[in-house]
Design a protein around this ligand. Structure first.
Ligand code: NAD
Length: 493
């Protein structure tokens, strides 16, 4: 009998109001893993009410910042103790390599420790208003109930990036995980309860985007929406938030350039290109899907990248030897396949890969693919594919590659491979993206702020800066002058 999970609301499991469930499938084997509650507006109503109650309750509101920080650190310890279990569940659910998920889970406690440590360090300031009779100071306050809506590619990391600062700042949360990866987020909420977070502070409503997700976004009790996912959904969420004047943090899609100059160590750069586009089967927002190689090293880079791509071990993500697992679900596989076809129709050449690999499992596998003869105008270069498809293009000089790299609606990340120090720093200034990697790729830390420019997002995730995404700043004016008010028709400084 398939295991079944309800929502996690108010510190306990709860059956879906409508009684409906949906199945989650292992994308490598196509076996059904479990069923999760298919939430609707009624479930969201209960979850938001529970979070709103918890927000006002002395059990949460009455905690000091140090006490909130301690809860986050305790949760970090519990996540560390359950890292293997969580990594395995996540790998089964989304098809990413077990060793990749192990790496993510091993570093997840750091997120909780980091924001646990920041909880008591967000302080206001005293402002000299040039009126010596006035004491003016600022204070940070939590917003209320925060909605966190997350995708399937790195479920717990992306959820923790939102809720750790939200909780540190004193908010309560309702999480709507991706319908493809509900399991670990539910387990995480259980661990939060075990860590001592009061009931209702961390709630999870599972379900589909246009049902549970849309109901959560529209709920009038939500004070802030923090979303990671596609640019299309993010745009709809931003419109809804704008109509109610509530804030949103949006981490959206990308089409990141990975630029290899003629003076680069081409062997290292090739590894960076591989990491950028074939790690996680290209299903990362920061995928380096547009590769620009200086004409002097273009042939060598192409040869190295496609030789390595052809030797990538494709198969069961649970197997330690596997380097590339399946795509997360069938529509994702069809999307990737169709983009390769679109590229060919537009005149691109499939240099390597481009089809279904020979794998003993029935899952959604696709070969690591290198496209050449591409131009910046083609859809395969302009649109996010979210799969293991690299488009490699030559360039002749720095000005040209800056123009090409910035000629995109996205601005999430960019990689630069060069041994010229001046060029490295110059490029970091000239590239229009929120994260720049020099001679590395996919580096990330909860301590370092990241932000998508242009259509890649709004607001900051990670770092001290993201604490401010989850609090509001109040300015308090205190009159220390006891003399009677003279003229009430003149504004007081
Ligand atoms: P998606 O937008 O389809 O779904 C993301 C989440 O939103 C899911 O939980 C989904 O159920 C929910 N959702 C869908 N429609 C909704 C609606 N109308 N109202 C409310 N919620 C709704 O994205 P996805 O396919 O799950 O994830 C892949 C995308 O996420 C890619 O574009 C990728 O680049 C992006 N991503 C961005 C980052 C980043 O940090 N910038 C990180 C990872 C993934």
């Amino acid at each position: 009998m398939t295991e079944r999970f309800g929502h996690f609301i108010d510190g306990t499991w709860r059956d879906p109001a409508g009684g409906a469930y949906f199945a989650s499938t292992n994308p490598a084997t196509l076996e059904t893993l479990y069923e999760a509650a298919r939430g609707d507006g009624a479930d969201v109503e209960v979850a938001v009410a529970s979070a709103a109650r918890a927000f006002d309750a002395p059990t949460w509101r009455g905690l000091t910042a140090t006490q909130r920080g301690r809860l986050l650190r305790r949760l970090g310890d519990l996540v560390g103790e359950h890292a293997e279990e969580l990594a395995t569940l996540e790998s089964l659910d989304n098809g990413k390599l077990l060793r990749e998920m192990r790496g993510q889970l091993a570093s997840l406690p750091e997120y909780l420790y980091y924001y646990g440590g920041l909880a008591d360090k967000i302080q206001g300031s005293q402002i000299p208003t040039n009126d010596l009779r006035i004491l003016n100071y600022t204070q940070h306050e939590p917003l209320g109930v925060v909605a966190a809506i997350t995708p399937w590619n790195s479920p717990l990391t992306l959820t923790t990036s939102k809720i750790a600062p939200a909780l540190a700042a004193g908010n309560t949360v309702v999480i709507k995980p991706s319908e493809y990866t509900s399991r670990t987020v539910l387990r995480f909420a259980e661990l939060a309860a075990q860590a001592g977070f009061p009931d209702g502070v961390v709630n999870v409503v599972t379900g589909l985007g246009n049902e549970a997700g849309a109901a959560l976004v529209e709920h009038p009790g939500i004070a802030k929406i923090s979303f990671t996912g596609s640019t299309r959904t993010g745009s709809a969420i931003a419109s809804s938030a704008a109509a109610r004047f509530i804030g949103c943090t949006l981490e959206l899609g990308g089409k990141s350039p990975n630029i290899v100059f003629g003076d680069a160590d081409v062997g290292n750069a090739a590894m960076g290109v591989i990491a950028g586009i074939f790690a996680a089967a290209g299903q990362t927002c920061i995928a380096g899907s547009r590769v620009f190689a200086h004409r002097s090293v273009y042939d060598e880079l192409l040869e190295r990248v496609s030789a390595r791509a052809k030797s990538i071990v494709i198969g069961d993500p649970m197997d330690a030897a596997t380097e590339l697992g399946p795509l997360a679900f069938e529509a994702q596989l069809e999307k990737v396949r169709s983009y390769v076809g679109i590229g060919v129709d537009e005149g691109a050449r499939v240099h390597s890969g481009g089809g279904s690999p020979d794998v003993a499992l029935p899952g959604y596998f696709f070969e690591p693919t290198v496209l050449t003869d591409v131009t910046n105008q083609m859809r395969v270069v302009r649109e996010e594919i979210f799969g293991p498809v690299a488009a490699i293009m030559p360039f002749d000089d720095e000005d040209e590659v800056v123009r090409l790299a910035n000629d995109t609606e996205f601005g999430l990340a960019a990689g630069v491979w060069t041994q010229n120090l001046a060029r490295a720093h110059r490029m970091s200034r000239r590239l229009d993206a929120g994260t720049i990697w020099i001679n590395t790729y996919r580096a990330m830390s909860p301590m370092s702020p990241r932000q998508g420019f242009k259509n890649s997002g709004v607001g900051i995730e990670h770092g001290i800066e993201s604490m401010h995404e989850y609090s509001r700043l109040k300015s308090v004016w205190v009159n220390t002058n006891e003399e009677p008010v003279g003229d009430p028709f003149v504004m007081r400084g």
